[in-house]
Design a protein around this ligand. Structure first.
Ligand code: FUB
Length: 314
């Protein structure tokens, strides 16, 4: 289905928000974008918040992953559901916050089974069909080195392939000591050695790694004390030596709960996809579990720091 994304804000009469691409998808509720740039298009794989009950108490019930894509960030194609559990993965009850990666002409999606483990799905095409190659989680509490503290959330995977071909998966949540990174083998569905422990100031969730000019940027959603900013640490190594760098972006506008970013480069520019709750708020439905996608642009400074992104509505 080819859809033209609505001039949603303008249509709703909110004249201070004039950008056609904010939010980028307003006909359905999507959250937790994970980005894949492939052949000149960005594919965003998302938690399907349309599956969440629209009340304040029922929580996150997402059991499927929806993909939308664009080559210009203005015109988007809605590809619908590309993976769902338990239909395509019998051991999993949930498919939260997917992270995509391509290797050797195969496409991998990593997702959280709520906060109780990380699964992987694989396809020959960015749009699937994605299937479960393992019949069990890729990472669970018994995985060497994971050592979850009682309060650690075992979720929000982000898989990154470095320039030398080594793949790393970052994950974890709910506490400064709960960041982990683990090497993946070339097959992308098995781990190589124990998880390595990283520490991040005010770490809450939403691990993401991107690399620019030889610097590794580990970004994450900070906890409510830090107003759920997207903060980052940087290093010259993917697994050690990180120092706190500041904010990639401030708390999203019209968002009073979590955030989750994906950082990608398209046509030479850097972008952050994220979610807020503008669509539900304007429709007067409880916004807690009904999130929607946004994208804004940001830049790296010449000294290697990030010039804090300005949200469209700032
Ligand atoms: O969508 C469920 C959870 O909320 C995600 O795993 C977190 O990143 C937060 O966005």
């Amino acid at each position: 289905k080819q859809i033209s994304i609505l001039l949603f804000i303008a249509c709703m009469g909110f004249s201070q928000w004039t950008k056609a691409d904010y939010p980028i998808v307003s006909h359905r509720h999507l959250a937790d974008p994970g980005s894949l740039v492939y052949k000149g298009r960005v594919y965003l794989y998302c938690s399907n918040d349309d599956e969440n009950p629209g009340d304040e108490k029922s929580g996150y019930q997402m059991k499927s992953i929806v993909c939308v894509s664009s080559s210009d960030l203005k015109n988007w194609t809605d590809h619908g559901i590309v993976f769902s559990v338990p239909k395509n993965c019998s051991w999993a009850s949930f498919s939260w916050a997917p992270s995509p990666v391509e290797r050797d002409r195969k496409f991998f999606l990593y997702f959280g089974n709520s906060g109780n483990g990380i699964g992987v799905a694989v396809a020959d095409n960015p749009l699937g069909p994605f299937v479960d190659p393992l019949g069990k989680p890729l990472i669970e509490t018994s995985t060497p080195g994971v050592m979850p503290a009682e309060h650690m959330w075992l979720f929000d995977p982000m898989t990154f392939i470095d320039d030398d071909g080594q793949a790393y998966m970052y994950f974890g949540g709910n506490g400064d000591d709960n960041v982990r990174v683990i090497k993946l083998n070339r097959d992308m569905i098995s781990v190589d050695g124990p998880a390595i422990h990283l520490k991040a100031q005010n770490f809450f969730e939403a691990s993401w790694m991107h690399k620019n000019n030889g610097i590794y940027y580990f970004s994450y959603s900070a906890n409510p004390r830090a107003q759920m900013r997207i903060d980052y640490m940087k290093s010259t190594s993917p697994t050690s030596g990180f120092t706190y760098g500041g904010a990639v972006s401030k708390q999203p506008p019209l968002n009073d709960n979590n955030n989750h970013q994906a950082i990608f480069k398209l046509n030479g520019e850097w972008y952050q996809a994220y979610h807020n709750r503008v669509v539900a708020k304007q429709a007067n439905i409880p916004p807690v579990y009904k999130r929607n996608l946004c994208i804004d642009q940001f830049k790296h400074n010449t000294d290697g720091t990030i010039d804090t992104m300005k949200n469209t509505v700032d």
